[in-house]
Unconditional design. Structure first.
Lengths: 248, 270
């Protein structure tokens, strides 16, 4: 229990340090744009591909189930609500933790092992504001965008199958989708994306900086980053879902 | 009142890693213009001493002062300002592997506000010429040999014109020819920029070439401190054995009857 609490405390101090540096750092727009491209644009294809196939499977599963009750027409309602409220933000976050979070943790921990982070400090350059800050911002800004795109792709994938299997016309599918959603659902989905992105950025940079100075340490940091990110994302999802339910 | 000629002052330094005590009440000072070699067996804490001096490791006890300012009393911003007057050449080179050689050399300068691109190119070109590596600006560290990487690391440290340079095992892992080349370069650079330096090494040829004062580290303390000749005649058997490359008798190692911590001889003149 004690090491867990120490880790939580260390993580809190590290996160506070990252936010404190926002005021100190003069500008990091160039590096921020580079990181946004790296973490966002480069993740687009893998996140979209997964969302597309989840959309297909979701329609397959729900349409057969709904057919038993004669409610096949409601398939778009379920796909829309499920994607925007849960599957979009959570699945994009999990893919993001696997693709981007582990990459960030491995990159920074390798820099620790090869003394590159020490070199930053020796030159009087703060590695947290130079390495962590742009990455945390980039993940927090890009995951909501990826969430929105993955929802659109997933719902579109669902439509293709619904059309092919049952001939559901596009206007009906879109109308049913929109029927299930409120503005709060859209806000909740994007907020979840931003919060999950922020958490994944903080966890992966924290794991990167806090690594044992061995090659094994790099592997452990990367694994720790993935496992912690997924767990924290699921806990945060529960809290945010409840929060937005109360709000609506 | 602090002596303005003392650049580095270490007092009562203790540093442990778990049960292993690496520094034990160590005192050390470095005067402006001095070039000191820290010698000692592997694991004696030479690199740890350098990292404590530059603030990469925190001492468990004791004080480190740089230019008369205690680093424990400095906040991160102030410490970074002090560090900008220093340079460190890491044992591994610690080049930024995602950057080209030019970016490696330019990066610390740009971060410290150097924004004239033409002047920057000129500084980088000149420093690479100092280490006999002209024209490698566009290469990545992975495209360079071990010796070239060390020389780029040296050039990167020199780019910011530091007043104090710390070298951590600058010749380790190199063949004899490259070792001699690096040692000669350090010597030439010291003459050229008249810097103050601490060289951690167990390469006696390198130490002989670059430093007029040698300190021998053992048992967490500086066991001997003086000119190379004085250390060769040290009353401590361990020091003499190390310098002559013969194994000391086990019972005397690190606890010679005359092992009094601190200086045993006069400070070597540069």
């Amino acid at each position: 229990m004690k090491p867990f609490l120490i880790s939580v405390g260390d993580f809190g101090i590290f996160s506070g340090g990252v936010f404190k540096r926002i005021a100190v750092r003069k500008t990091f727009s160039g590096e921020l744009l580079r990181q946004m491209y790296r973490v966002g644009v480069n993740s687009l294809s893998v996140v979209d591909l997964c969302a597309f196939f989840i959309g297909l499977v979701l329609v397959l599963q729900t349409s057969s189930l709904l057919a038993r009750f004669g409610a096949e027409g409601q398939v778009a309602t379920i796909v829309g609500a499920a994607f925007v409220r849960e599957i979009g933000p959570v699945f994009a976050a999990i893919m993001f933790a696997g693709r981007v979070g582990t990459g960030v943790a491995a990159e920074i921990s390798s820099m620790v092992v090869t003394e590159q982070v020490d070199a930053y400090r020796a030159f009087g350059i703060d590695p947290i504001s130079k390495l962590a800050l742009p990455r945390v911002f980039a993940t927090a800004l890009m995951l909501p965008a990826l969430t929105a795109i993955s929802c659109l792709v997933g719902i579109s994938g669902g439509f293709l199958l619904a059309y092919a299997e049952s001939g559901v016309p596009a206007p009906v599918y879109i109308a049913k989708c929109l029927d299930a959603l409120t503005p709060i659902d859209i806000v909740a989905s994007l907020t979840k994306g931003a919060v999950f992105g922020l958490l994944i950025g903080l966890i992966s940079t924290y794991c990167g900086f806090n690594t044992a100075r061995t090659t094994e340490g790099v592997g452990e940091s990367t694994t720790r980053s993935m496992v912690s990110s997924v767990l924290i994302v699921l806990v945060a999802d529960l809290i945010l879902t409840k929060f937005f339910m109360l709000l609506s | 009142m602090n002596d303005p000629n003392i650049l580095v002052e270490v007092k009562g330094l203790r540093k442990s890693f778990g049960p292993l005590t690496v520094m034990d009440d160590l005192d050390f000072s470095l005067f402006k213009g001095e070039n000191v070699a820290i010698l000692g067996q592997s694991g004696s804490g030479k690199s740890v001493l350098l990292k404590v001096i530059i603030g990469l490791l925190e001492p468990d006890e004791g004080e480190v002062s740089l230019w008369g300012r205690r680093i424990s009393e400095l906040d991160d911003g102030e410490l970074n300002k002090v560090r900008r007057k220093m340079g460190m050449v890491f044992q591994s080179g610690a080049l930024f592997d995602s950057m080209t050689v030019f970016e490696n050399l330019a990066f610390p300068l740009v971060e410290h506000g150097f924004d004239d691109e033409d002047a920057l190119r000129e500084v980088v070109k000149k420093r690479l010429e100092w280490v006999s590596l002209p024209g490698v600006e566009d290469k990545y560290p992975s495209e360079l040999s071990g010796g070239m990487r060390k020389r780029v690391a040296l050039a990167r440290t020199l780019a910011a014109d530091p007043e104090l340079i710390l070298y951590d095992e600058p010749t380790t892992g190199l063949d004899p020819l490259n070792s001699r080349k690096i040692s000669s370069m350090i010597h030439e650079i010291d003459k050229r920029v008249k810097s103050t330096s601490i060289v951690v090494t167990h390469d006696l040829d390198c130490a002989r070439k670059v430093a007029g004062r040698w300190c021998y580290l053992s048992g967490g303390k500086i066991l001997a401190d003086g000119t190379p000749d004085e250390l060769f005649e040290s009353p401590h058997e361990e020091v003499r054995s190390f310098l002559r490359g013969v194994a000391p008798s086990t019972e005397n190692q690190g606890r010679d009857s005359r092992d009094v911590p601190g200086k045993t001889t006069s400070r070597g003149a540069e």
